[in-house]
Design a binder for this molecule. Structure first.
Ligand code: BES
Ligand code: ZN
Ligand code: ZN
Length: 464
Protein backbone atom coordinates (compact mmCIF):
# COMPACT_ATOMS: atom_id res chain seq x y z
CA UNK A 1 0.00 0.00 0.00
CA UNK A 2 1.32 3.43 -0.87
CA UNK A 3 -0.90 5.18 1.64
CA UNK A 4 0.46 5.24 5.17
CA UNK A 5 -1.80 6.00 8.09
CA UNK A 6 0.06 7.41 11.10
CA UNK A 7 -0.90 8.97 14.41
CA UNK A 8 1.02 12.05 13.31
CA UNK A 9 2.07 12.84 9.78
CA UNK A 10 5.90 13.18 9.44
CA UNK A 11 7.00 16.82 9.16
CA UNK A 12 9.01 16.10 5.99
CA UNK A 13 5.87 15.04 4.07
CA UNK A 14 5.29 17.55 1.26
CA UNK A 15 1.85 19.19 1.46
CA UNK A 16 -0.49 18.91 -1.52
CA UNK A 17 -3.00 21.72 -1.87
CA UNK A 18 -6.12 20.67 -3.75
CA UNK A 19 -7.97 23.07 -6.04
CA UNK A 20 -10.43 23.02 -8.90
CA UNK A 21 -10.71 25.65 -11.64
CA UNK A 22 -13.34 27.55 -9.58
CA UNK A 23 -11.44 27.64 -6.30
CA UNK A 24 -7.99 28.12 -7.82
CA UNK A 25 -8.04 31.92 -8.42
CA UNK A 26 -8.89 32.62 -4.76
CA UNK A 27 -6.05 30.40 -3.63
CA UNK A 28 -3.63 31.96 -6.10
CA UNK A 29 -4.43 35.41 -4.64
CA UNK A 30 -3.12 34.28 -1.27
CA UNK A 31 0.21 33.09 -2.68
CA UNK A 32 3.42 35.17 -2.96
CA UNK A 33 3.73 37.12 -6.23
CA UNK A 34 6.61 35.01 -7.60
CA UNK A 35 4.63 31.79 -7.01
CA UNK A 36 1.60 33.30 -8.77
CA UNK A 37 3.79 34.23 -11.71
CA UNK A 38 5.23 30.71 -11.81
CA UNK A 39 1.75 29.14 -11.83
CA UNK A 40 0.84 31.48 -14.69
CA UNK A 41 4.07 30.69 -16.55
CA UNK A 42 3.39 26.92 -16.53
CA UNK A 43 -0.24 27.49 -17.48
CA UNK A 44 -1.74 25.90 -14.37
CA UNK A 45 -5.50 26.50 -14.09
CA UNK A 46 -6.53 23.93 -11.49
CA UNK A 47 -7.83 21.52 -14.14
CA UNK A 48 -8.47 17.95 -12.96
CA UNK A 49 -5.48 15.58 -13.02
CA UNK A 50 -2.90 18.36 -13.43
CA UNK A 51 -0.43 19.55 -10.83
CA UNK A 52 2.48 21.93 -10.25
CA UNK A 53 5.54 21.43 -8.07
CA UNK A 54 6.64 24.48 -6.06
CA UNK A 55 10.20 24.82 -4.70
CA UNK A 56 11.35 26.73 -1.59
CA UNK A 57 14.20 29.29 -1.84
CA UNK A 58 16.76 26.48 -1.41
CA UNK A 59 15.40 24.74 -4.49
CA UNK A 60 13.88 21.86 -2.48
CA UNK A 61 10.36 20.76 -3.14
CA UNK A 62 8.06 22.66 -0.79
CA UNK A 63 4.52 22.18 -2.00
CA UNK A 64 2.32 20.68 -4.68
CA UNK A 65 -0.81 22.31 -6.03
CA UNK A 66 -3.07 19.73 -7.66
CA UNK A 67 -6.30 20.06 -9.59
CA UNK A 68 -9.21 17.71 -8.98
CA UNK A 69 -12.56 17.44 -10.78
CA UNK A 70 -14.68 17.56 -7.62
CA UNK A 71 -14.40 16.39 -4.02
CA UNK A 72 -16.77 13.47 -4.61
CA UNK A 73 -14.61 11.98 -7.37
CA UNK A 74 -13.40 8.51 -6.32
CA UNK A 75 -10.38 9.04 -8.58
CA UNK A 76 -9.66 12.62 -7.42
CA UNK A 77 -6.00 11.97 -6.54
CA UNK A 78 -5.38 9.08 -8.89
CA UNK A 79 -3.05 10.94 -11.27
CA UNK A 80 -0.65 11.81 -8.43
CA UNK A 81 1.01 8.60 -7.16
CA UNK A 82 2.79 8.01 -10.46
CA UNK A 83 2.75 11.66 -11.58
CA UNK A 84 4.70 13.03 -8.59
CA UNK A 85 8.37 12.35 -7.85
CA UNK A 86 8.78 9.46 -5.41
CA UNK A 87 8.64 10.63 -1.79
CA UNK A 88 6.26 11.27 1.08
CA UNK A 89 3.35 13.66 0.69
CA UNK A 90 0.36 14.71 2.73
CA UNK A 91 -2.78 16.74 2.13
CA UNK A 92 -2.60 20.44 3.03
CA UNK A 93 -5.34 22.14 5.00
CA UNK A 94 -5.52 25.26 2.82
CA UNK A 95 -7.28 23.84 -0.25
CA UNK A 96 -10.35 21.75 -1.01
CA UNK A 97 -10.89 19.07 1.61
CA UNK A 98 -11.36 15.45 0.67
CA UNK A 99 -12.95 12.88 2.89
CA UNK A 100 -10.04 10.69 4.10
CA UNK A 101 -11.71 7.54 2.68
CA UNK A 102 -11.93 9.22 -0.71
CA UNK A 103 -8.34 10.42 -0.53
CA UNK A 104 -7.02 6.97 0.40
CA UNK A 105 -9.08 5.17 -2.23
CA UNK A 106 -8.21 7.52 -5.08
CA UNK A 107 -4.50 7.47 -4.19
CA UNK A 108 -4.38 3.68 -3.96
CA UNK A 109 -6.20 3.33 -7.28
CA UNK A 110 -3.64 5.64 -8.87
CA UNK A 111 -0.86 3.46 -7.49
CA UNK A 112 -2.43 0.22 -8.76
CA UNK A 113 -0.54 -1.81 -11.32
CA UNK A 114 -0.57 -5.52 -12.10
CA UNK A 115 3.03 -6.48 -11.34
CA UNK A 116 2.88 -10.26 -10.96
CA UNK A 117 5.14 -10.82 -13.98
CA UNK A 118 6.67 -7.45 -14.76
CA UNK A 119 8.00 -5.08 -12.12
CA UNK A 120 6.78 -1.48 -12.02
CA UNK A 121 8.84 1.09 -13.81
CA UNK A 122 9.15 3.25 -10.70
CA UNK A 123 7.85 3.32 -7.15
CA UNK A 124 4.71 5.33 -6.46
CA UNK A 125 4.75 8.45 -4.34
CA UNK A 126 3.49 7.87 -0.81
CA UNK A 127 0.58 9.61 0.88
CA UNK A 128 0.78 10.01 4.67
CA UNK A 129 -2.47 10.72 6.48
CA UNK A 130 -3.52 10.74 10.10
CA UNK A 131 -5.18 7.50 11.16
CA UNK A 132 -8.97 7.69 11.26
CA UNK A 133 -11.91 5.35 10.80
CA UNK A 134 -12.65 6.96 7.45
CA UNK A 135 -9.08 6.53 6.19
CA UNK A 136 -9.09 2.90 7.30
CA UNK A 137 -12.33 2.34 5.43
CA UNK A 138 -10.66 3.76 2.32
CA UNK A 139 -7.89 1.18 2.68
CA UNK A 140 -10.39 -1.67 3.05
CA UNK A 141 -12.19 -0.63 -0.12
CA UNK A 142 -8.92 -0.14 -2.02
CA UNK A 143 -7.69 -3.58 -0.93
CA UNK A 144 -10.92 -5.21 -2.12
CA UNK A 145 -10.72 -3.50 -5.51
CA UNK A 146 -7.05 -4.46 -5.79
CA UNK A 147 -7.98 -8.07 -5.05
CA UNK A 148 -10.71 -8.09 -7.72
CA UNK A 149 -8.41 -6.52 -10.32
CA UNK A 150 -5.52 -8.89 -9.57
CA UNK A 151 -7.78 -11.95 -9.83
CA UNK A 152 -9.10 -10.80 -13.20
CA UNK A 153 -5.69 -9.80 -14.54
CA UNK A 154 -4.10 -13.13 -13.65
CA UNK A 155 -4.05 -15.27 -16.80
CA UNK A 156 -6.20 -18.40 -16.91
CA UNK A 157 -3.08 -20.59 -16.69
CA UNK A 158 -2.49 -19.26 -13.18
CA UNK A 159 -6.14 -18.64 -12.23
CA UNK A 160 -8.07 -21.86 -12.79
CA UNK A 161 -10.96 -23.16 -10.67
CA UNK A 162 -8.52 -24.43 -8.04
CA UNK A 163 -6.59 -21.17 -7.79
CA UNK A 164 -9.87 -19.29 -7.49
CA UNK A 165 -10.77 -21.58 -4.60
CA UNK A 166 -7.36 -20.84 -3.05
CA UNK A 167 -8.17 -17.13 -3.23
CA UNK A 168 -11.44 -17.76 -1.38
CA UNK A 169 -9.56 -19.81 1.25
CA UNK A 170 -7.06 -17.01 1.77
CA UNK A 171 -9.84 -14.49 2.21
CA UNK A 172 -11.65 -16.81 4.61
CA UNK A 173 -8.53 -17.21 6.77
CA UNK A 174 -8.16 -13.43 7.00
CA UNK A 175 -11.68 -13.02 8.35
CA UNK A 176 -12.40 -16.23 10.22
CA UNK A 177 -14.86 -17.56 7.64
CA UNK A 178 -15.49 -21.22 6.68
CA UNK A 179 -15.02 -22.62 3.17
CA UNK A 180 -16.58 -25.72 1.64
CA UNK A 181 -16.09 -27.04 -1.86
CA UNK A 182 -17.84 -29.57 -4.04
CA UNK A 183 -15.28 -30.68 -6.63
CA UNK A 184 -15.38 -32.72 -9.85
CA UNK A 185 -17.69 -35.75 -9.90
CA UNK A 186 -18.87 -34.86 -6.39
CA UNK A 187 -20.91 -32.19 -8.19
CA UNK A 188 -23.04 -35.00 -9.62
CA UNK A 189 -23.42 -36.74 -6.26
CA UNK A 190 -24.36 -33.49 -4.51
CA UNK A 191 -26.76 -32.50 -7.27
CA UNK A 192 -25.00 -29.70 -9.15
CA UNK A 193 -25.32 -31.28 -12.61
CA UNK A 194 -25.27 -28.05 -14.61
CA UNK A 195 -21.95 -26.87 -13.12
CA UNK A 196 -20.51 -30.31 -13.85
CA UNK A 197 -21.76 -30.38 -17.45
CA UNK A 198 -20.11 -27.07 -18.34
CA UNK A 199 -16.85 -27.77 -16.51
CA UNK A 200 -16.31 -31.46 -17.20
CA UNK A 201 -14.29 -31.04 -20.43
CA UNK A 202 -11.46 -29.22 -18.69
CA UNK A 203 -8.48 -31.01 -17.17
CA UNK A 204 -9.04 -28.64 -14.24
CA UNK A 205 -11.91 -29.93 -12.09
CA UNK A 206 -15.03 -27.77 -11.93
CA UNK A 207 -16.32 -26.91 -8.49
CA UNK A 208 -18.74 -24.97 -6.36
CA UNK A 209 -16.89 -22.90 -3.78
CA UNK A 210 -18.83 -21.74 -0.74
CA UNK A 211 -17.70 -19.32 1.96
CA UNK A 212 -19.77 -18.78 5.10
CA UNK A 213 -19.25 -15.95 7.55
CA UNK A 214 -21.10 -14.07 10.28
CA UNK A 215 -23.29 -14.50 13.32
CA UNK A 216 -26.29 -16.84 13.08
CA UNK A 217 -28.53 -14.09 14.49
CA UNK A 218 -27.84 -11.72 11.57
CA UNK A 219 -29.80 -11.67 8.29
CA UNK A 220 -28.40 -13.90 5.55
CA UNK A 221 -27.16 -12.40 2.27
CA UNK A 222 -25.99 -14.63 -0.54
CA UNK A 223 -23.48 -13.34 -3.11
CA UNK A 224 -22.99 -15.46 -6.23
CA UNK A 225 -20.22 -14.84 -8.77
CA UNK A 226 -19.73 -16.37 -12.22
CA UNK A 227 -16.34 -18.05 -12.09
CA UNK A 228 -15.60 -19.10 -15.68
CA UNK A 229 -11.81 -19.08 -15.47
CA UNK A 230 -11.55 -19.22 -19.23
CA UNK A 231 -14.36 -19.10 -21.76
CA UNK A 232 -13.28 -20.66 -25.06
CA UNK A 233 -16.96 -20.84 -26.00
CA UNK A 234 -16.85 -24.64 -25.75
CA UNK A 235 -17.75 -26.60 -28.90
CA UNK A 236 -19.40 -23.40 -30.17
CA UNK A 237 -15.90 -22.00 -30.12
CA UNK A 238 -15.33 -18.26 -30.08
CA UNK A 239 -13.31 -16.52 -32.76
CA UNK A 240 -9.85 -15.21 -31.91
CA UNK A 241 -11.01 -11.67 -31.12
CA UNK A 242 -13.90 -12.84 -28.97
CA UNK A 243 -11.67 -15.21 -26.99
CA UNK A 244 -8.76 -12.87 -26.44
CA UNK A 245 -9.94 -11.41 -23.13
CA UNK A 246 -11.77 -14.42 -21.78
CA UNK A 247 -9.44 -14.84 -18.82
CA UNK A 248 -11.70 -12.17 -17.40
CA UNK A 249 -14.80 -14.39 -17.50
CA UNK A 250 -14.40 -14.91 -13.75
CA UNK A 251 -14.91 -11.15 -13.31
CA UNK A 252 -18.22 -11.77 -11.53
CA UNK A 253 -16.47 -14.08 -9.07
CA UNK A 254 -13.68 -11.54 -8.57
CA UNK A 255 -16.19 -8.79 -7.81
CA UNK A 256 -18.15 -11.11 -5.53
CA UNK A 257 -14.94 -11.85 -3.61
CA UNK A 258 -14.16 -8.15 -3.38
CA UNK A 259 -17.63 -7.36 -2.06
CA UNK A 260 -17.40 -10.21 0.45
CA UNK A 261 -13.98 -8.94 1.56
CA UNK A 262 -15.42 -5.49 2.33
CA UNK A 263 -18.47 -6.89 4.12
CA UNK A 264 -16.22 -8.99 6.37
CA UNK A 265 -13.51 -6.37 6.95
CA UNK A 266 -16.11 -3.74 7.87
CA UNK A 267 -18.00 -6.33 9.95
CA UNK A 268 -21.40 -5.57 8.53
CA UNK A 269 -24.15 -6.98 10.73
CA UNK A 270 -25.12 -9.73 8.32
CA UNK A 271 -24.40 -13.36 7.61
CA UNK A 272 -22.68 -13.99 4.34
CA UNK A 273 -22.83 -16.88 1.93
CA UNK A 274 -20.44 -16.43 -1.00
CA UNK A 275 -20.96 -18.92 -3.82
CA UNK A 276 -18.60 -19.30 -6.76
CA UNK A 277 -19.35 -21.89 -9.42
CA UNK A 278 -15.85 -22.19 -10.90
CA UNK A 279 -15.22 -23.90 -14.24
CA UNK A 280 -13.22 -23.67 -17.41
CA UNK A 281 -15.42 -23.75 -20.53
CA UNK A 282 -13.09 -26.02 -22.48
CA UNK A 283 -13.22 -28.29 -25.52
CA UNK A 284 -12.64 -32.06 -25.34
CA UNK A 285 -14.34 -35.31 -26.32
CA UNK A 286 -16.51 -35.18 -23.23
CA UNK A 287 -17.56 -31.56 -23.67
CA UNK A 288 -21.25 -30.70 -23.38
CA UNK A 289 -22.79 -30.13 -26.80
CA UNK A 290 -25.26 -27.90 -28.58
CA UNK A 291 -28.58 -29.71 -28.48
CA UNK A 292 -27.86 -31.49 -25.19
CA UNK A 293 -30.54 -31.24 -22.53
CA UNK A 294 -29.19 -30.86 -19.02
CA UNK A 295 -31.08 -31.47 -15.83
CA UNK A 296 -30.37 -28.79 -13.25
CA UNK A 297 -30.36 -28.85 -9.45
CA UNK A 298 -33.81 -27.31 -9.43
CA UNK A 299 -35.15 -30.04 -11.69
CA UNK A 300 -35.72 -27.77 -14.70
CA UNK A 301 -34.22 -29.05 -17.94
CA UNK A 302 -32.03 -26.71 -19.96
CA UNK A 303 -31.63 -27.17 -23.68
CA UNK A 304 -28.19 -26.07 -24.83
CA UNK A 305 -28.69 -23.78 -27.80
CA UNK A 306 -25.07 -22.64 -27.63
CA UNK A 307 -22.23 -23.87 -25.42
CA UNK A 308 -20.91 -20.31 -25.28
CA UNK A 309 -23.87 -19.25 -23.14
CA UNK A 310 -22.29 -21.24 -20.29
CA UNK A 311 -22.48 -18.61 -17.54
CA UNK A 312 -26.23 -18.85 -17.10
CA UNK A 313 -25.99 -22.65 -17.04
CA UNK A 314 -23.56 -22.79 -14.09
CA UNK A 315 -25.37 -19.94 -12.33
CA UNK A 316 -28.63 -21.87 -12.52
CA UNK A 317 -27.35 -24.45 -10.02
CA UNK A 318 -25.65 -21.84 -7.82
CA UNK A 319 -28.77 -19.65 -7.66
CA UNK A 320 -31.03 -22.61 -6.93
CA UNK A 321 -28.69 -23.64 -4.11
CA UNK A 322 -28.52 -20.09 -2.73
CA UNK A 323 -32.32 -19.88 -2.66
CA UNK A 324 -32.57 -23.08 -0.61
CA UNK A 325 -31.40 -21.13 2.47
CA UNK A 326 -34.03 -18.40 1.82
CA UNK A 327 -31.62 -15.49 2.31
CA UNK A 328 -32.87 -11.92 2.74
CA UNK A 329 -31.18 -11.09 -0.54
CA UNK A 330 -29.31 -12.83 -3.34
CA UNK A 331 -26.87 -10.80 -5.41
CA UNK A 332 -25.32 -12.39 -8.48
CA UNK A 333 -22.46 -10.82 -10.42
CA UNK A 334 -21.45 -12.11 -13.84
CA UNK A 335 -19.66 -11.25 -17.07
CA UNK A 336 -22.74 -12.81 -18.60
CA UNK A 337 -23.43 -11.36 -22.05
CA UNK A 338 -21.77 -9.45 -24.84
CA UNK A 339 -25.23 -7.99 -25.39
CA UNK A 340 -25.09 -6.01 -22.13
CA UNK A 341 -21.96 -4.33 -23.50
CA UNK A 342 -23.61 -3.58 -26.82
CA UNK A 343 -26.45 -1.93 -24.89
CA UNK A 344 -24.46 -0.01 -22.28
CA UNK A 345 -20.78 -0.15 -23.20
CA UNK A 346 -17.96 -1.23 -20.91
CA UNK A 347 -18.44 1.33 -18.13
CA UNK A 348 -22.05 0.62 -17.15
CA UNK A 349 -22.92 -2.75 -15.65
CA UNK A 350 -26.53 -3.76 -16.29
CA UNK A 351 -28.62 -4.26 -13.17
CA UNK A 352 -31.71 -6.44 -13.16
CA UNK A 353 -34.15 -6.78 -10.27
CA UNK A 354 -37.83 -7.46 -9.84
CA UNK A 355 -38.80 -4.27 -7.98
CA UNK A 356 -38.66 -1.03 -9.93
CA UNK A 357 -37.97 1.09 -6.83
CA UNK A 358 -34.94 -1.06 -5.87
CA UNK A 359 -33.54 -0.60 -9.37
CA UNK A 360 -34.02 3.15 -9.22
CA UNK A 361 -32.50 3.40 -5.75
CA UNK A 362 -29.42 1.49 -6.89
CA UNK A 363 -28.99 3.66 -9.97
CA UNK A 364 -29.09 6.75 -7.72
CA UNK A 365 -26.68 5.22 -5.23
CA UNK A 366 -24.30 4.27 -8.05
CA UNK A 367 -24.25 7.82 -9.36
CA UNK A 368 -23.59 9.25 -5.88
CA UNK A 369 -20.66 6.87 -5.38
CA UNK A 370 -19.19 7.21 -8.87
CA UNK A 371 -19.67 3.46 -9.31
CA UNK A 372 -22.65 3.24 -11.62
CA UNK A 373 -25.15 0.46 -12.29
CA UNK A 374 -27.86 0.86 -14.93
CA UNK A 375 -31.29 -0.62 -14.43
CA UNK A 376 -32.58 -2.84 -17.24
CA UNK A 377 -35.93 -4.63 -17.37
CA UNK A 378 -36.81 -8.25 -16.62
CA UNK A 379 -39.30 -7.92 -19.46
CA UNK A 380 -41.73 -10.79 -18.91
CA UNK A 381 -43.10 -11.09 -22.47
CA UNK A 382 -39.61 -12.02 -23.72
CA UNK A 383 -39.83 -15.24 -21.69
CA UNK A 384 -41.54 -16.76 -24.72
CA UNK A 385 -38.21 -16.36 -26.54
CA UNK A 386 -36.35 -18.76 -24.23
CA UNK A 387 -38.95 -21.54 -24.15
CA UNK A 388 -37.66 -24.88 -25.36
CA UNK A 389 -39.52 -27.58 -27.25
CA UNK A 390 -37.41 -30.39 -25.78
CA UNK A 391 -36.62 -28.99 -22.34
CA UNK A 392 -38.05 -26.27 -20.08
CA UNK A 393 -35.85 -23.41 -21.28
CA UNK A 394 -33.05 -22.88 -23.77
CA UNK A 395 -29.82 -21.05 -22.95
CA UNK A 396 -29.96 -18.86 -26.06
CA UNK A 397 -32.78 -16.55 -27.08
CA UNK A 398 -34.92 -17.44 -30.08
CA UNK A 399 -34.01 -14.12 -31.60
CA UNK A 400 -30.72 -12.30 -31.28
CA UNK A 401 -32.21 -9.13 -29.81
CA UNK A 402 -32.28 -8.30 -26.07
CA UNK A 403 -29.53 -10.80 -25.25
CA UNK A 404 -28.85 -9.38 -21.77
CA UNK A 405 -32.56 -9.49 -20.90
CA UNK A 406 -32.87 -13.07 -22.17
CA UNK A 407 -29.97 -14.12 -19.97
CA UNK A 408 -31.47 -12.36 -16.94
CA UNK A 409 -34.88 -13.94 -17.59
CA UNK A 410 -33.16 -17.31 -17.81
CA UNK A 411 -31.56 -16.81 -14.39
CA UNK A 412 -34.89 -15.68 -12.97
CA UNK A 413 -36.27 -19.21 -13.48
CA UNK A 414 -33.92 -20.36 -10.73
CA UNK A 415 -34.87 -17.67 -8.20
CA UNK A 416 -38.17 -18.32 -6.37
CA UNK A 417 -40.84 -15.64 -6.94
CA UNK A 418 -40.72 -14.23 -3.40
CA UNK A 419 -36.92 -14.20 -3.23
CA UNK A 420 -35.30 -10.74 -3.24
CA UNK A 421 -32.61 -10.81 -5.93
CA UNK A 422 -30.22 -8.50 -7.78
CA UNK A 423 -28.46 -9.59 -10.97
CA UNK A 424 -25.51 -7.57 -12.30
CA UNK A 425 -24.17 -8.23 -15.82
CA UNK A 426 -20.75 -6.57 -15.90
CA UNK A 427 -17.73 -6.21 -18.18
CA UNK A 428 -15.01 -6.27 -15.50
CA UNK A 429 -12.43 -4.67 -17.73
CA UNK A 430 -11.05 -1.24 -18.72
CA UNK A 431 -10.42 -1.02 -22.45
CA UNK A 432 -8.92 2.44 -22.12
CA UNK A 433 -6.74 3.85 -19.38
CA UNK A 434 -8.05 6.68 -17.19
CA UNK A 435 -6.48 7.99 -13.97
CA UNK A 436 -6.76 5.23 -11.38
CA UNK A 437 -8.14 2.82 -13.98
CA UNK A 438 -5.36 1.25 -16.04
CA UNK A 439 -6.22 -1.05 -18.94
CA UNK A 440 -7.13 -4.44 -17.48
CA UNK A 441 -9.38 -6.01 -14.88
CA UNK A 442 -11.83 -3.74 -13.09
CA UNK A 443 -14.10 -3.83 -10.07
CA UNK A 444 -17.57 -2.65 -11.00
CA UNK A 445 -20.56 -2.03 -8.75
CA UNK A 446 -18.79 -3.28 -5.63
CA UNK A 447 -18.78 0.03 -3.79
CA UNK A 448 -22.39 0.75 -4.69
CA UNK A 449 -23.51 -2.69 -3.54
CA UNK A 450 -21.57 -2.25 -0.29
CA UNK A 451 -23.36 1.07 0.29
CA UNK A 452 -26.69 -0.64 -0.48
CA UNK A 453 -25.99 -3.42 2.03
CA UNK A 454 -24.98 -0.86 4.65
CA UNK A 455 -28.10 1.18 4.01
CA UNK A 456 -30.37 -1.83 4.11
CA UNK A 457 -28.86 -3.88 6.91
CA UNK A 458 -27.46 -1.01 8.94
CA UNK A 459 -23.91 -0.02 9.82
CA UNK A 460 -21.42 2.75 9.27
CA UNK A 461 -21.85 5.66 6.90
CA UNK A 462 -20.56 5.28 3.38
CA UNK A 463 -18.55 7.82 1.47
CA UNK A 464 -16.65 5.60 -0.93
N1 BES B 1 -18.51 -14.58 -21.29
C1 BES B 1 -19.39 -14.33 -22.37
C2 BES B 1 -19.99 -12.94 -22.36
C3 BES B 1 -19.08 -11.80 -22.60
C4 BES B 1 -18.44 -11.65 -23.81
C5 BES B 1 -18.94 -10.84 -21.63
C6 BES B 1 -17.64 -10.56 -24.02
C7 BES B 1 -18.15 -9.76 -21.83
C8 BES B 1 -17.49 -9.62 -23.04
C9 BES B 1 -20.55 -15.32 -22.36
O1 BES B 1 -20.28 -16.55 -21.81
C10 BES B 1 -20.96 -15.49 -23.78
O2 BES B 1 -20.15 -15.91 -24.55
N2 BES B 1 -22.18 -15.11 -24.09
C11 BES B 1 -22.68 -15.17 -25.41
C12 BES B 1 -24.09 -15.70 -25.35
C13 BES B 1 -24.68 -16.08 -26.68
C14 BES B 1 -23.97 -17.31 -27.22
C15 BES B 1 -26.15 -16.34 -26.48
C16 BES B 1 -22.68 -13.77 -25.99
O3 BES B 1 -22.98 -12.83 -25.24
O4 BES B 1 -22.34 -13.62 -27.16
ZN1 ZN C 1 -19.48 -17.92 -23.24
ZN1 ZN D 1 -18.73 -16.63 -20.38
Amino acid sequence: MTVRLRKTVPAKAIPITLVDPTSFPALADRLPAHTRRWLGAVGFTGAADTHVLLPDDQGSMAQVVAGISHVGDPYALSALPTGLPAGAYTLAGDGLMLDPAQAVLSWQMGAYGFDRYKPRRRPSAELCLPTSASARRGLVVAQAITLARDLINTPAEHMGPEELADAVQTLARQHGARVRQVVGDQLLKKNFPAIHAVGRASTRAPRLIELLWGKPSHPLVSIVGKGVCFDSGGLDIKGADGMRLMKKDMGGAANALGLAAMVMALKLPLRLQLLIPAVENAIAGNAYRPGDVIRTRKGLHIEIGNTDAEGRVILSDALAYAAESTPELIIDLATLTGAARVALGPQLPALFCRAMDTGRALVDLGLVHGDPLWHMPLWGPYRAGIESSVGDIVNTGRNPMAGAINAALFLEYFVPPQQDWLHVDLFGWNDNARPGRPVGGEAQGMRTLLAYLEQRFGSARATV
